[in-house]
Design a protein around this ligand. Structure first.
Ligand SMILES: O=C(O)[C@@H](CO)OP(=O)(O)O
Ligand SMILES: [Mn+2]
Ligand SMILES: [Mn+2]
Length: 594
């Protein structure tokens, strides 16, 4: 009798798979198979702690220093349901294992359940093969090379999160070899993905390259600049003034500070009180008569050379949209504009781009909604797109508005988050709590930004406060899950707050030439935790120990299982197994149809 039971189950699954394949991309192919052991209908909270890695406990590990009783209890209370996974490098589609994780690749992996070659890698390949110069995007901007100037705008560092200096260097060389005669670079200084103060060196490197181009007869110069957090690179429409400051400098050639030399500009502006690379004010480079050397004019070509999307969408809108009311652009030059990548596939923004972005499709969010899982997602503005846009494979909007609700809590504007390290953690948690208790949603997903946003300021004391606030928010959400008999999945997208100091090879804090500890404002290479639990979790569910190097991409299948579904076969494997529980015999009615 059992033999027949399993035979029938097998037949069902074989015919389901064939059905799946035959139906191709029609609606039916979205149907997920039932999980053989785990029930449907549990309310699940998915909590992403931004910038929350696991590292040795010392005084620079703010998560360790902070009081974090809730996260501690997940780790020590149920070791078979707490696990570390990789959140950096090739595990999330970055070029090498020296690449730290970041929100885009982290949330892409968490949501998509597969590892995609990400922007950084796709640009590397396109530059190495020379294909970048053959594609539509480059040919489009090339039309301007005879009469106009080529402007390159973007983040100048080797951080590899939004852009990479070596790619800019190759692009400069390649563009000039392909006919660009006049080039202007509009730099944004970093200090967030790299050490503060390192911008001086990056500008010097760029100046050397531009001098070499000039020696070859190309009129190539830096035209303007500013710190990434104060000029141009805002995201999710948090503060349009940031983009306006960039527009004024880059396009109009107007800025409060004027210099004849960019290295001098960065060195001098860093001397302003409390100044750092991230927040340098906008400046323009002027000639001997005080005229800006590179405003953007009719007939010019513009490339934004960041590959990462979130902090380029706003400037892309300003450069591309005819109808635009976010600030007064004063003068809108007729240009040919291309992004390094297309930054928003739904908006098709920008319409021209040098390299095609990863085509992330069939994300877990889309599958679950199409299988009836009602979803709520929430964060504050600075991370809102992370749990929606990035989670859904760089896609804006709802899959099915009748089953989804995304709530954005406005972030504080115009402050660095060490001033308000608690940010909106409580507000986010309370929204999640209410969504869980409402019974209207099966999945409630949040991003808690504190560890990351405050970690980036390099302020250790404030980051400790931030970690405590995030932990308290997790408690609010877990308490709600407890009340409704639900399940929680708590994880993170990459490290940050767990290590706030640059390390030497032996792991000791590195000192600069004056003997000062070098504060690390960036993300890290550390693994991140995944914890599951809650009263709704079936007994016997525990983490598998047979996966070689699990990473963030394994979380999607795990969450699908907890919703009672099998993940699609091409997803990275689930992290969980169900111990000691045989497949439940199905009810008589279901078999009676066969
Ligand atoms: O602030 C950002 O843009 C990046 C760091 O460059 O952080 P995250 O990936 O966490 O969004
Ligand atoms: Mn992040
Ligand atoms: Mn970050």
């Amino acid at each position: 009798m059992f033999f027949y039971y399993y035979l029938i189950v097998d037949l069902i699954s074989i015919s389901f798979q064939e059905f799946h394949l035959k139906m191709g991309s029609t609606d039916a192919s979205w149907k997920l198979a039932d999980h053989p052991k785990l029930p449907k209908g549990k309310r699940i909270a998915v909590v992403v702690l931004d910038g929350w890695g696991e590292a040795n406990p010392d005084q620079y590990n703010c998560i360790h220093v902070a009081e974090t009783p809730t996260m501690d209890s997940l780790k020590t209370g149920a070791p078979e349901r707490w696990k570390l996974v990789k959140a950096h490098g090739t595990a999330v589609g970055l070029p090498t294992d020296d690449d730290m994780g970041n929100s885009e690749v982290g949330h892409n992996a968490l949501g998509a359940g597969r590892i995609y070659a990400q922007g950084a890698k796709l640009v590397d390949l396109a530059l190495a093969s020379g294909k970048i110069y053959e594609e539509e995007g480059f040919n489009y901007i090339k039309e301007c090379f005879d009469q106009g100037t080529l402007h390159l705008i973007g983040l100048l560092s080797d951080g590899g999160v939004h852009s990479r200096l070596d790619q800019v260097q190759l692009l400069l060389k390649g563009a000039s070899e392909h006919g660009a005669k006049r080039i202007r670079v509009h730099i944004l200084t970093d200090g967030r993905d790299v050490l503060d103060g390192s911008s001086v060196g990056f500008v010097e490197t760029l100046e050397n390259d531009l001098a070499e181009l000039r020696a070859k007869g190309v009129d190539a110069r830096i035209a303007s600049g500013g710190g990434r957090m104060y000029v141009t690179m805002d995201r999710y429409e948090n503060d349009w003034d940031v983009v306006k400051r960039g527009w004024d400098a880059q396009v109009l050639g107007e800025a409060p500070y004027k210099f004849q030399n960019a290295v001098e500009a960065v060195k001098e502006l860093r001397k302003l009180p409390n100044m750092n690379d991230q927040y340098l004010p906008p400046f323009v480079i002027v000639d001997e008569s005080g005229n800006p050397v590179g405003p953007i004019l009719d007939g010019d070509a513009v490339v934004t050379f960041n590959f990462r999307a979130d902090r380029m969408v706003m400037i892309a809108k300003a450069l591309e949209y005819e109808d635009f009311d976010k600030f007064d652009r004063v003068r809108v030059p007729k240009i040919r504009y291309a992004g390094m990548l297309q930054y928003d596939g739904e908006l098709k923004l920008p319409s021209h781009y040098l390299v095609s972005p990863p085509l992330i499709e069939r994300t877990s969010g889309e599958y679950l909604v199409k299988n009836g899982v009602r979803t709520f997602a929430c964060s504050e503005t600075v991370k809102f797109g992370h749990v929606t846009f990035f989670w859904n494979g760089n896609r804006s909007g709802y899959f099915d508005a009748s089953k989804e609700e995304y709530v954005e809590i406005p972030s504080d504007v115009g402050i660095t988050f060490n001033v308000q390290p608690k940010m909106k953690a409580v507000e986010i948690a309370e929204k999640a709590r209410d969504a869980i208790l409402s019974g209207k949603f099966d999945q409630v997903r949040v991003n808690l930004p504190n560890g990351d946003m405050v970690g980036h300021t390099g302020d250790i004391e404030a980051t400790v406060v931030a970690c405590k606030a995030a932990d308290e928010a997790v408690k609010i959400i877990l308490d709600a899950i407890e009340q409704v008999g639900g399940i929680y999945v708590v994880t993170a997208d990459h490290g940050n707050a767990e290590d706030m100091v640059k390390r030497n090879k032996s792991g000791q804090p590195a000192k600069d030439k004056n003997g000062n500890i070098q504060i690390l404002t960036s993300h890290t290479l550390q693994p991140v935790p995944v914890a599951i639990g809650g009263p709704g979790l079936s007994p016997g569910v525990r983490f598998r120990t047979d996966l070689q190097t699990p990473g963030l991409a394994n979380v999607a299948a795990t969450v699908m299982n907890l919703h009672g579904f099998e993940a699609p076969s091409d997803y990275e494997p689930t992290l969980i197994e169900v111990e000691g529980q045989k497949a439940k015999p199905r009810t008589f009615e279901r078999f009676s149809i066969i």
